[in-house]
Design a protein around this ligand. Structure first.
Ligand SMILES: Nc1ncnc2c1ncn2[C@@H]1O[C@H](COP(=O)(O)OP(=O)(O)OP(=O)(O)O)[C@@H](O)[C@H]1O
Length: 279
């Protein structure tokens, strides 16, 4: 994907304030079915998902912040897991920065791709309970084995500082608040400088104030580092953080919407809005 002709589709992307790069994720006719054990039943979770130059739904571009929305059971997590290479499609193909994934990709190929390109953040934090914040963030760099011990130490401290946890480095997850644990997860997800951050309801377990803090942190990462973010959420109030919203229903994309400008929520205004909505 490097000729002018290949990028012709980007002219169909509505005009927005931000400059986006070329495609980082292209999805071609992806489907996913689950066979139910001890039964003849099959669940079709995704049908012909197509994010490609020839599709009405555009490929995901470098630096783009995409929010996946839609009803429960619509296929959001299934799609995110396939993009994150932790689940395999039943048919079709995904291309992450030109590297192809299909149902035939080997585990070794997928785990290498995941370690180099992708950071994952889940709703439930998924930190290792017996390890400190520092050790949790350090671990993916140690596994990857590209940096010296000194570089790993510097980067771990820098990451914890960038998420505002410089005073919590020795704390275990159980000694941190929910918002702080999610910050550690984000620092850990960023440790190997991923091109793409995949987020599955990262604010689902957080209160209003922590939700805004985490969304603002993600926006900062997206804008300053140019990390492409793909986030699943059930919270319509955070749609303003996205460049683009993609709606999934019954395993299909049903519509997309583009925000001209990403807009952070302001805590006091948002709290007032919530109070007036609930009264
Ligand atoms: N491991 C599995 N085995 C069988 N069916 C599954 C499995 N995982 C998901 N499904 C089914 O696939 C469909 C899509 O599920 P998925 O979790 O992707 O939806 P979702 O949009 O993320 O839902 P939610 O918003 O409730 O998290 C659902 O019908 C679900 O029951």
């Amino acid at each position: 994907m490097n000729t002018t002709e290949d990028l012709a589709w980007t002219h169909r992307y509505p005009r927005i304030e931000k400059t986006l790069g070329g495609p980082v994720i292209i999805i071609k006719h992806l489907s996913k079915s689950y066979k139910i054990p001890d039964s003849t039943e099959t669940v079709h979770a995704l049908h012909d998902i197509h994010l490609a130059p020839d599709s009405e739904f555009f490929p995901i571009r470098k630096g783009e912040f995409v929010i996946l929305r839609g009803p429960s059971g619509g296929g959001k997590t299934t799609l995110l897991n396939i993009l994150g290479t932790i689940d395999l499609a039943s048919g079709g193909e995904v291309e992450i920065l030109g590297e192809k994934i299909s149902e035939n990709s080997s585990d070794a190929y997928l785990s290498d791709l995941r370690l180099r390109r992708i950071g994952f953040v889940f709703q439930t934090f998924n930190l290792l309970a017996t390890m400190s914040a520092y050790e949790n963030v350090e671990l993916p760099m140690t596994i990857r084995g590209k940096l010296s011990n000194k570089q790993i130490k510097e980067r771990t401290l820098e990451l914890l500082h960038s998420v505002g946890l410089q005073d919590r480095i020795s704390h275990l997850p159980s000694e941190l608040s929910g918002g702080e644990q999610q910050r550690v997860t984000i620092a850990r997800a960023l440790s190997n400088s991923p091109d793409i951050l995949l987020l599955d309801e990262p604010t689902g377990d957080l209160d209003t104030s922590n939700t805004i803090d985490i969304m603002n942190l993600l926006l900062k990462i997206n804008l300053e580092k140019g990390t492409t973010c793909i986030m699943v959420t059930h919270n319509p109030d955070v749609e303003c953080y996205a460049d683009r919203l993609l709606y999934l229903e019954d395993g299909r994309f049903v519509r997309q919407a583009v925000n001209r400008i990403q807009t952070p929520l302001v805590l006091e205004d948002y709290q007032e809005y919530l109070r007036s909505r609930d009264s």
